[in-house]
Design a binder for this molecule. Structure first.
Ligand code: MF3
Ligand code: CO
Ligand code: CO
Length: 269
């Protein structure tokens, strides 16, 4: 999401009982990303993928949280190649060599599970594959830094370190976010930072970690449609997103793939 002005609203601490419904929402969103995987092939439109996701979520007792959110009219975001985030599904036809992010937020029994993965259409370039690998590695390094007493600066620093080691850049203009009964809540989860800075993590905090990593420069611009964010230098961009909760001892990832499909390449039929 877009970085919000730093507000004084408090970060919600969820009770141990509230982990269960959050886990169900997260697992449904992750299963939805599993479901769509075999449909990501050359010739399919992003609009067709969006309809599959819409219908599947409704069939499973959930609603797509993006539908009607601040005027957004689709059930997911699909961001292809140099699109950083918030790509609007439509007539775009996927072609061999494309890389794309599909971002789904399931609203189930009042709880938001928000997750995204990269997908590869057929064979992709070695640089595209490396960018996806490093972006996934960066997200997981951020998650590994989550535990009570750590700070969001520790998380951002871990992500930034992985990305910049490969001379890729971290997008500054969008960040992760608190969530739960709300879709977007405090805190802002920046994907860069300094160790020891920022809010201190406490058990019961729920938030996303969703780094956008560019192969080129970090600057983005938003297109006329008011949503689609692209890299200013038209370099490739990648993103993964998990919803996590801070536990007494560390972290729970609510949106792990039930099928173990963490990053491309995924098994094909
Ligand atoms: N799921 C996105 C996120 O990770 C938010 C999409 S809002 C939309 O925060 F309106 F663009 F769909
Ligand atoms: Co999110
Ligand atoms: Co999302």
């Amino acid at each position: 999401m877009e970085r919000q002005a730093q507000e004084s609203r408090k970060i919600i601490l969820h009770s141990p009982e509230e982990f269960a419904p959050m886990r169900r929402a997260g697992q449904l969103a992750a299963a939805c990303l599993d479901m769509i995987t075999p449909h990501v092939v050359p010739g399919v439109t992003t609009g067709a993928l969006d309809r599959l996701i819409h219908d599947w979520l409704l069939d499973h007792g959930a609603t797509p949280a993006t539908l009607g959110y601040r005027g957004y009219t689709k059930s997911c975001c699909i961001s292809v190649n140099h699109v950083v985030c918030h790509g609007i599904p439509g007539e775009r036809v996927l072609a061999e060599g494309d890389i794309l992010n599909i971002d789904v937020t399931a609203l189930l029994d009042g709880w938001h599970g928000d997750t995204s993965r990269m997908y590869a259409v057929g064979q992709v370039s070695r640089r595209a594959q490396l960018l996806m690998d490093v972006t996934h590695q960066a997200m997981m390094a951020g998650i590994a830094a989550v535990r009570p007493g750590a700070t969001l600066g520790d998380v951002g620093h871990a992500i930034q370190t992985v990305a910049e080691r490969h001379r890729f850049s971290v997008v500054r203009d969008f960040c992760g976010h608190g969530l739960g009964r709300s879709f977007h809540a405090p805190p802002n989860v920046l994907h860069f930072g300094r160790p020891g800075e920022g809010p201190v993590l406490k058990p019961g905090m729920f938030f996303t970690i969703e780094p956008m990593i560019n192969a080129g420069r970090p600057e983005v611009k938003v297109l006329e449609d008011g949503w689609t964010a692209v890299t200013r230098d038209r370099s490739l961009s990648a993103q993964f997103e998990h919803t996590v909760g801070v536990t007494e001892t560390g972290v729970e990832i609510f949106t792990l793939s039930p099928r173990g499909w963490h990053k491309p390449p995924y098994p094909s039929a």
